[in-house]
Design a protein around this ligand. Sequence first.
Ligand SMILES: [Zn+2]
Length: 690
Amino acid sequence: MRRPTFLFLLFASSLTAALAASQSASNNGAPQQRAAAATRAPSGIEVSSLDRGTNACTDFFQFACGGWMAANPMPADRQRWGRFNQLQEDNFAILRQILENPAGDADQRKASDYFAACMDEGTIEARGTEPLVAELRGIAALKTKDDLLPLVAHLHTLGVNALFRLGSRTDLRDATRQVANIDQGGLGMPDRDYYLKTDARSLEIKQKYAAHVQKMLGLISTADVPGSVWSASGQAVVALETQLAEAAMDRTARRDPAATDHMMQVGIWMELTPGLDWASYMMAAGTPRFDQINVAVPEYFKALGVILSLTPLDDLKAYLAWQLVNTSAEMLPKAYADADFDFFSRTLGGQQQQLPRWQRCVTQTDDQLGEALGKAYVEKAFGPAAKADTLKMVEGIKTAMNQDIQAAEWMSADTKRAAQAKLAAVVDRIGYPDKWRDYSTIRVTRDDALGNLERAIAFERARDLSKIGQPVDRSEWSMTPPTVNAYYSSARNNINFPAGILQTPFYRQGRDAAVNYGGAGAVVGHELTHGFDDQGRKFDASGNLKNWWTEADTKAYEQRSGCIADQYSQYVVAGDTNLNGKLTLGENTADNGGVRLALMAYLAGPGASKATAPPVMDGYTPEQRFFIGFAQIWCENRRPEFERLRATTDPHSSGKYRVNGVVSNMPEFQKAFNCKADAPMVRQNQCRVW
Ligand SMILES: [Zn+2]
């Protein structure tokens, strides 16, 4: 199971070097730097992570992170190695301790059993393909296409990514209720571009993918499955997925919520795809009754009907067998897990070695039973001081945003009022859910890793489907407590900060406030700004997709956000790949707004008094420490393969541009580091939305 992705996350993946400070002072473009005697107080910035040989006004990311990057070369078992990963590794060590010492309640013991079964490679090896045999036989037994959708419904219950997805979602136009939603899906590679691009590198990857599919189908052909004819069908599977990719809407177009807003009566939906027997799907899936459904991409389903009618039955069986084994690979014998690693991690991400098994099993347990594990994590790692401090920051940053909206010369009074009402309605949630998920109905045993995975997915699937037609439960979280991440939900109009991110380097109790505001404060500002980015601004205070902008204000907004899209499209990663400024627009808007709001809140709060903002610490002024604190959360090294993968799939820019893209738009930065007007970190055409 690959990790699910959520809307609006801060960072799409997963340390702690308390590095000994030894640094040589050299030119850093910081004339405000005071005498050495005044520099002893530790601020919380990581002085040893700096590269003082680089001028802050030339390349701030290199200045703030160059020491860290040199001291932290890429480990063989990583695609990216940064401060996020370091913190996640710390969190994982705590989780491992919890999982290996099952002293807690029933849920915690269940998580421990899940972890133990995942770790038991001997049993997994000894059982071989046996845990898959029943499902493979079901696929091989498919007699006609009339029976296809009930079989797909069953495979969806096991988490298999076959053809499309059907589940619940919040009604875009009535955020109080959940509705049925059906959407495109069914691709094995991470994006439709991998199937459709025709440059040499893309073609090579596609060919390696076909070989991988072929290999996995060859592995399962050793299972005792009468009538299976899929062992040589790699190319046929890729040909089918390519047709699905052609029909799918691309990632950038999907950023517009209206593009996937097609609520219709069930009868209309069925007329749209006359060849597909949805009634038999719903019966087999056990969906509740519903009259209306959102068909996210109608063109996809029209095409799907045609594609399925033209595809030979044996190719469909091979495709389903491939998607089944692809979902299960990590809980199957080593030959499967190794092949899976080889394509998805080595070829696509440049990773040279597998992560240690225990880390993969912690990830699995967190994915499937996250709140069972999260409860124990919070007890160990999250105190009331972190919560109280974060709340204070949130309050200050909301006040700053209110002032920022009020001062925006380009907005009319009416739109300002609506924006301020939306801001006032934002709910903040810090640490962990008030109400923990009840996993008591999932059966977990210590000798059935794949069965545990399938039952946990089936539990989540049933929970998701049961929401159709029900009111929204606003207490739910989309991330587990140990997650090093945060999110904004446009449908709930809330900002969410799991306990896992409210740790060093983002936040440390008692540390210089400038550094806490540059770290955790910038994260808070980022999530808050998402409510007003190119997607978020289209939802109102109650979470409904509803336009509250005047036409003139929309135009002014788009001109400003267009500046940011153009700016980031210029940035190149891996020496040959441009970022997609439209795909990353929401995140870049949130980064730019978030840092400015956090700085405003800092200067109006702890930064306003010498007692809480010493004029010099570690040789830097409060504003300089704020910016260094911000930049240092993004210190990272990345493999070129990973850079290219993310440029296609990730709505976030890479760390270097998350730092330099933001500071080069800020006169506040130019002033703090006394940069000359023509310095590289001072853009001539500075972009600003918020
Ligand atoms: Zn974000």
